[in-house]
Write a protein that binds this ligand. Structure first.
Ligand code: BTN
Length: 242
């Protein structure tokens, strides 16, 4: 990766706080260690060309191809709607840099035609948020079934450096943005649709009527009752045909 072309003039992400690696087990784990060792602070960005043990939600493995995928973690102060601010920033970056129309799939994926192009993992360490982002950029073969990449969708290769640099600028803007909910809703997949949510205790179906301030999905069930689930309570959400 061409390091210099990633680092722009940014108020939150300053050049001295960028850490680039050829390989790591996981950028997420590296960020945690840095915070534990009192080195990692808000504004740190950890980027690795390859991860040997990338992590996804619920302890799943995150598979990414060396040199093709964009895998990084950044540290910020905890504020509301962090997963959604990140997902929105990915959607806006892919539109601006690659002309791709993607959507936010609650709780923290970015998809195109239902296929996953980006996964986001938000974890908390010592009251700081560690946000891991994996975007499939130049893969010619999807890393998983029902996944895709920018290259597969556009038939073009893109510079991961430009996409990262653009993402960080857009995130800085969205991090400070007040009244961000409207922009999030505009890009939220399945909003106002009939969905099924799989939780640890079974599944619930109903209309996805709103997103709460704690990123909870708010559902009107068939019996008319309103229920909500926090991101950590739901394994997945699928659209059901009405
Ligand atoms: C998910 O979809 O379950 C979330 C995937 C998050 C993957 C990213 S890649 C960079 C960072 N490092 C990790 O080990 N995981 C996140």
């Amino acid at each position: 990766m061409d390091v210099d072309s990633v680092i722009g003039t940014k108020w939150l992400f300053k050049s001295e706080n960028f850490l680039f690696y050829d390989h790591l087990l996981s950028t997420q784990d590296r960020a945690k260690e840095l915070i534990k060792n009192r080195v990692g602070k808000p504004g740190y960005v950890i980027i690795s060309d390859e991860q040997y043990r990338g992590r996804g939600r619920f302890g799943r493995l995150w598979i990414s191809e060396k040199g093709k995928s964009l895998t990084f973690t950044f540290i910020v102060e905890k504020i509301p709607l962090l997963s959604m601010r990140t997902a929105l920033s990915v959607v806006e970056t892919l539109k601006e840099e690659c002309g791709l129309h993607t959507e936010i799939k609650w709780p923290n994926d970015v998809v195109i035609d239902g296929k996953k192009i980006c996964g986001i993992l938000v974890e908390i360490e010592k009251n700081l948020a560690i946000i891991g982002v994996g975007i499939n950029i130049n893969e010619t073969v999807p890393p998983l079934e029902n996944a895709t990449s920018v290259r597969i969708e556009t038939m073009m290769s893109f510079s991961r450096e430009s996409i990262l640099s653009s993402f960080l600028s857009i995130f800085e803007h969205n991090f400070k943005k007040e009244n961000i909910m409207e922009s999030i809703r505009e890009h939220l997949s399945f909003l106002d649709r009939y969905v099924e949510i799989k939780t640890k205790n079974g599944s619930v179906s109903g209309e996805f009527i709103n997103l709460g301030d704690n990123e909870e999905i708010i559902i009107r069930t068939d019996s008319g009752s309103i229920v909500s689930f926090l991101p950590g309570e739901a394994k997945r959400v699928d659209r059901l045909v009405e």
